[in-house]
Ligand binder design. Structure first.
Ligand code: ATP
Ligand code: ATP
Ligand code: CA
Length: 218
């Protein structure tokens, strides 16, 4: 059986999720209180309905119980976001992903049992900040409060050197878990691998170590 999804709130974030799921051939129920938004998605999503997700009876009538994964992407109305999440939880939805507007909102969502809380503006802000500090930092993914994975373009100091020459693990406490070269990704680089110009290194480590690594080698 194909999984079914529902996206509540068709702003930029929810709309983008809805479009991408549909493009991937998934069954998506798109929900918004705003008629114009719903009209915009009626040819994109499998179904698009005008509904207020804070109304429990409305959710029941929509048959939301049968949906495997619901994404709550209500923006500024934090109260509506929390109330909707609570109701979905009580209706027994197996997986609920919610967009948080701020850290307090995130805390509440975690407390009431949201399975996944996302914070797209904050996370994208962090990624862009790292890219602003160094153009060579191509991407940045937070693993926990103090661990991350970064994708860095090989700096001048790295080119022509091996991982042993650079002694990255011993000196910076970081691990190179992959090297992207052209379209290939080597996911188990040898210590003797020579880094070439335009290589992209995928590095995992503690933020403070990654930070030292970035300052010294990138
Ligand atoms: P983004 O930053 O992703 O663009 P946004 O800041 O535009 O989001 P909002 O416009 O506040 O976010 O909300 C997203 C959508 O959620 C809006 O289209 C809004 O109509 C819808 N929405 C708000 N409350 C409800 C509700 N109770 N039920 C269903 N949809 C709702
Ligand atoms: P050690 O036990 O000190 O980590 P090792 O026995 O694993 O060393 P090598 O695998 O030859 O020895 O690597 C020597 C050094 O090269 C390592 O200490 C480390 O600094 C660096 N190195 C090798 N592979 C990596 C990697 N994938 N990421 C980061 N550094 C590496
Ligand atoms: Ca917004």
């Amino acid at each position: 059986m194909k999984k079914e999804y529902a996206v509540i709130g068709l702003g930029r974030f929810g709309g983008s999720i809805c479009k991408e799921l549909s493009r991937e051939g998934m069954e998506v129920l798109a929900i918004d209180v705003d008629e114009d938004k719903v009209n915009e998605y009626k040819d994109i999503a499998s179904h698009a309905v005008i509904a207020d997700s804070t109304d429990e009876n409305v959710l029941k009538e929509l048959g939301i119980r049968n949906i495997d994964h619901v994404i709550v992407a209500i923006g500024d109305n934090i109260q509506a976001s929390i109330l909707s999440t609570l109701m979905l939880k009580e209706l027994g939805i197996k997986k609920i992903t919610v967009k948080a507007q701020n850290d307090y909102h995130e805390k509440v969502l975690n407390k009431i049992g949201a399975d996944q809380v996302v914070h797209p503006e904050r996370d994208m802000g962090k990624r862009i900040a790292h890219n602003i500090i160094s153009n060579n930092v191509l991407d940045y993914l937070e693993l926990s409060d103090d661990h991350s994975v970064v994708e860095v373009k090989a700096g001048e100091k790295m080119i022509g050197k091996t991982l042993v020459d650079l002694d990255i693990r011993a000196r910076y406490g970081c691990n190179v878990v992959g090297i992207k070269r052209d379209r290939e990704i080597n996911v188990s680089p040898m210590a003797t691998e020579t880094i070439l110009e335009n290589d992209v290194l995928i590095i995992i480590g503690e933020d403070k170590d990654i930070s030292r690594f970035e300052k010294n080698l990138v």
